[in-house]
Ligand binder design. Structure first.
Ligand SMILES: Nc1ncnc2c1ncn2[C@@H]1O[C@H](COP(=O)(O)OP(=O)(O)OP(=O)(O)O)[C@@H](O)[C@H]1O
Ligand SMILES: Nc1ccn([C@@H]2O[C@H](COP(=O)(O)O)[C@@H](O)[C@H]2O)c(=O)n1
Length: 209
């Protein structure tokens, strides 16, 4: 079974995708990490994230980069949303994600374009969302827990600009797949969100031949 989980920054899609992977005993891929690895490589090599050729060169990143905690930094998230708008960067990462999705037994992937581009034939598709303020509150608490000094207003501004950039790019924009089930986590606890996600996956599975 392939499960596609998409949604904007800090909507809770990663938390839900990991829980679904545990529940169904499937491998999980956080595809945002791939774009973050490109971004971190651009930064490390002092390349220009707005130049497609520079970002493509960084798409051939060292695999060890994926385990670097720096990928979780806010600045890298911002850079990731710049490099991910280049069509050739998306093309460079496409096969890897496609292969992961279509491995024997299936997989859970979370990102922005899983249900629309990477696995349009997924057995279940969820589009997770929450209001920008609630997402910023959650991300701000997470960053504070890691010792970051970013203010709530900075986090909210970053979330709004990432939403805008991710939704308006010409290639693989952040939009719900036409057959995705919408899951708004704004007023749900993590446990309630996961419970709802499992129920939605079960309902989608049940409707497939
Ligand atoms: N329903 C919820 N209630 C409260 N906090 C939540 C909920 N879901 C997720 N969180 C918290 O919000 C933060 C963001 O969640 P998560 O990392 O799953 O989002 P994401 O959409 O994968 O983010 P990103 O796009 O940046 O990878 C985390 O600290 C997580 O623990
Ligand atoms: N399938 C994807 C996943 C991510 N992106 C871009 O990467 C940025 C960081 O992603 P996180 O999920 O780790 O926040 C994100 O803002 C997107 O620009 C993407 O384009 N497609």
């Amino acid at each position: 079974m392939i499960i596609a989980v998409d949604g904007p920054a800090a909507s809770g899609k990663g938390t839900i995708a990991k829980a679904l992977a545990r529940h169904y005993n499937l491998p999980h891929l956080d595809t945002g990490l791939l774009y973050r690895a490109v971004a971190a490589t651009v930064k490390r090599l002092d390349l220009d994230p707005t130049r497609e050729a520079d970002a493509v060169a960084a798409s051939d990143f060292d695999e060890l980069t994926l385990a670097d905690p720096v990928l979780r930094d806010d600045e890298i998230g911002k850079l990731a949303s710049i490099v991910s708008a280049h069509p050739l960067v998306r093309a460079a990462l496409f096969q890897r994600q496609k292969r992961f999705a279509h491995q024997e037994g299936g997989a859970v992937l979370d990102g922005r374009d899983i249900g629309t581009v990477i696995a349009p034939g997924a057995d279940a598709k969820l589009f997770v969302r929450a209001t920008p303020t609630i997402r910023a509150r959650r991300r701000h608490a997470e960053l504070q827990g890691r010792g970051a000094t970013t203010t709530f207003d900075q986090v909210l501004a970053d979330i709004r600009s990432r939403d805008q950039r991710d939704s308006s790019r010409s290639t693989a924009p952040l939009v719900p797949a036409i057959d995705a089930a919408l899951l708004d986590t704004s007023f749900l606890s993590i446990e309630a969100s996961v419970e709802k996600a499992i129920a939605l996956v079960e309902a989608r599975r049940g409707t497939r031949p």
